[in-house]
Design a protein around this ligand. Structure first.
Ligand code: NAD
Length: 496
């Protein structure tokens, strides 16, 4: 059954959190309006109606938040906590998220248009993220270094200080927890700046922290635009680290801005990930996964497998299977239980995605499936496959961030590895083959932060490192690397 394509603004879910006065900034445990009094509206992409307003912070508000985070960082209330207590605070946060999971998922679906099943999965995943990081404070060891007689030399792992966490509009709650949980586990304090389109679940999270024992000022939230609020954070000289997920363009700018006080940076940026289907693969499974890997979240996913390379000998068979799978992704109201794909997250973004259909046609490519806005007056885009593509075309190189993939044939391993690596990005790659030896060989040769073999993309709640090579980013979320990314190493030399 297809989900409804229109929604009555009057009957849209309206959690109590979005009713009433504009949402304020959360600084030092207190809600306050922006000093300028300015606000921004946040929209439901399904109806394009205003949900509520949020405060638009400027440099003065950001400075207040950074000062609060610095004060909290130095306070005994936070810095003198035992590792056990810090771990149990993270468990308390996990519990409170779990208890409010439906509401948090509803807020994300309202603002970003992702199907409720997807946003609910993201919130459940975030509970696991906090539970994972709750185990870390008691396991961050330093080292005893080899020392000459009469000396004791050792190495400490210490928190960085104030961390700025800047998140994108796709998967807002999940992205926030990926940053806040490791930052707290390692003893830092945080100022979060969510994307202005999707701030509500992060603000509600801040409100829920009152139900835990987390000291005030340890987590602060400033909302507003990237150009003003985000810019003030990345320029602030008392921020020790920025952990950022967003576009490559902003990531590059952030790297320059961080030079002022040599901030540490973790950058999780864009992607144009290859799916490689060899002739010996389980083709129905590969087609099912390939469709899911570029259509989940309406393709508004950094790891979307948007360049599908298929071995020439099975191209026709695979294309037919893929078309059948794509036909099951019918965009509709993200609150309807049958919906697997919602609208684009905003009208600007919708227009950007549609513009690539013209770009494709003008370059001589052929849109074999989709290629239209899809239905009624909403911001829907039909699942789209573009063929007759060469790897140098813009549609094969640029991140479209919509339900759009290109399909290119290949004839041997070297050719497909070369084409896959011919991209400025390197975030994820998907390989389908029954030849285990070839699977591992190709995985080793792909320039990619993650490689998924005979499976769809998967995200671990903290266990597996996640991040990109080349212009997909710097550093890793999760795994053991993340502890280094949120700590400084201090060498202590003692004359006994
Ligand atoms: P964006 O770069 O426009 O914005 C991301 C965040 O940065 C937002 O909070 C925004 O307000 C802020 N920002 C914008 N300009 C800024 C500035 N000058 N200074 C400081 N902050 C600023 O990205 P987006 O459109 O929100 O998100 C989509 C992008 O995110 C895509 O490119 C996608 O691939 C990427 N992404 C990457 C990952 C990953 O893990 N690698 C995950 C999700 C999304």
């Amino acid at each position: 059954m297809n989900a409804p394509r229109t929604a009555d603004p009057v009957t849209r879910p309206r959690p109590p959190f979005v009713q009433g006065a504009p949402k304020e900034l959360f600084i030092d445990g207190v809600w306050r309006p922006a000093a300028s009094g300015r606000t921004l509206e946040t929209l439901d992409p399904m109806t394009e109606q205003v949900i509520t307003s949020i405060a638009a912070a400027d440099a003065d508000d950001v400075d207040l938040a950074v000062r609060a985070a610095r004060r909290a960082f130095r306070s005994d209330e936070w810095s003198a906590l035992s590792p056990y207590r810090r771990g149990s605070l993270l468990l308390e946060i996990a519990d409170v998220i779990e208890a409010h999971a439906d509401e948090l998922a509803t807020l994300d679906t309202l603002e970003m248009g992702g199907p409720l099943a997807l946003t609910r999965w993201m919130v459940d995943h975030s509970v696991e993220v906090f539970r994972h990081y709750a185990g870390w404070p008691t396991k961050i060891y330093g080292q005893t270094a080899p020392s000459s007689p009469g000396q004791l030399n050792y190495v400490l792992k210490q928190p960085l200080g104030v961390v700025a966490a800047i998140t994108p509009w796709n998967g807002p709650f999940l992205q926030m927890t990926w940053k806040v949980a490791p930052a707290l586990a390692t003893g830092n304090t945080v100022v979060v700046k969510p994307a202005q389109q999707t701030s509500l679940s992060t603000l509600r999270f801040a409100e829920l922290l009152a139900e835990t024992g987390l000291p005030r000022g340890v987590v602060n939230v400033v909302t507003g635009t990237g150009g003003i609020t985000g810019e003030a954070l990345i320029q602030h000289l008392d921020v020790n680290k920025v952990t950022f997920t967003g576009s490559t363009a902003v990531g590059k700018h952030l790297l320059e801005a961080s030079a002022g006080n040599l901030k540490r940076v973790t950058l999780e940026l864009g992607g144009k990930s290859p799916t490689i289907v060899f002739a010996d693969a389980d083709l129905p499974a590969a087609a099912r996964a390939a469709a899911a890997d570029f259509l989940a979240g309406s393709g508004q996913s950094c790891v979307a497998g948007t360049r599908i390379f298929v071995e020439e000998s099975v191209r026709k068979e695979f294309s037919a299977l893929l078309a059948d799978e794509m036909a099951t992704y019918v965009p509709g109201d993200p609150f309807h239980p049958d919906t697997v794909m919602g609208p684009m997250a905003s009208r600007d973004h919708y227009n950007k995605v549609l513009s690539y259909f013209t770009i494709a046609r003008e370059a001589g490519a052929v849109i074999t499936t989709g290629g239209t806005n899809d239905g009624d007056d909403g911001l829907f885009v039909a699942p789209t496959l573009i063929e007759n593509v060469t790897n140098d075309m813009r549609v094969a190189q640029e991140e479209i961030f919509g339900p759009v993939a290109v399909l290119l044939p290949f004839s041997d391993v070297d050719e497909v590895v070369r084409m896959s690596n011919d991209s400025v990005y390197g975030l994820a790659a998907y390989v389908w083959t029954r030849d285990l030896s070839r699977a591992h060989t190709v995985a080793a040769r792909l320039e990619s932060g993650s490689v998924f073999i005979n499976t769809t993309g998967q995200m671990s709640a903290g266990i597996l490192p996640f991040g990109g090579v080349k212009q997909s980013g710097i550093g890793r979320d999760h795994g053991t690397d993340v502890i280094d990314a949120f700590t400084e190493t201090k060498t202590v030399v003692v004359n006994l």
